[in-house]
Design a protein around this ligand. Sequence first.
Ligand SMILES: [Zn+2]
Ligand SMILES: [Zn+2]
Length: 287
Amino acid sequence: MRIGAHISTAGGLEKGIERAQAMGAETIQIFGAPPQTWRRKAHPPQEVEAFRAQAAAADIWPVFIHAVYLVNLATSNRQNLIKSQDALIADMVLSSAIGAKGVIFHIGSHRGAGYEKVFSQIVDSVRRVLAETPDDSWLILENSAGMGDSIGRRFSELADIMKEVASPRLKVCFDTQHAFSSGYDVATTDGLAETVDEFEREVGLAHLVAIHANDSKCPLAGGVDRHENIGEGHIGRAGFEVIVAHAAFRDLPFLLEVPGFPKEGKKPEGPDKENVDRLKAIAAAVG
Ligand SMILES: [Zn+2]
Ligand SMILES: [Zn+2]
């Protein structure tokens, strides 16, 4: 099991590797563009090369890109749908260039239109993204926290898309906070066993390529996407002992997307060494 985190690449892609090393991350996720806007700047070839070289030298792998938060393949706004597809395509191209595995993204919300209404639009969008991007980039669906009308709160929704698209390049990322928030009790041995069984039955563990390891500010089935530092939330240290010990997850990269702890009176700035160390210690303790 490799343990790492979402890392800021402010100041250039290769800056992300320095930050990853400073916190002891063995695997990383980055944004290919600022997550709250559609704007993106090109990464010049020197920057891409520097990133590849530094990631290799630092033995940091696998690398993933997380798509911008604006992506919504279930939107009823035609323009935003095209922008969403284009943003995913740009990230898939970048993923291939920097030697990353692929692009993890939130499918989006139908905002009341109904899952059945938007299903074929999602499938068509995924097909377009895959068709227009390099074969060595995976497109990775993330399970949702069940907020609003978000798609992917049940594994069956992910499975429907996987089956319809039927591409070996379409994969799944499992977020522990999102699962917990949408009612899967990943924090207990029995609850996690049931969760993994359902995942295997619906999606298939063979398609699972990454874990977002996040504790939860919201209680079980609370339906809110609020991450908490490892051991500080409703999943808790005991919950993560159960999670890292499960055979289904043992060979997967664990990526932290937690708020971080405040340092020297400064506001927390996301995943930090303290959280990486905590998860590593839990993994070491359960062997
Ligand atoms: Zn996540
Ligand atoms: Zn989340």
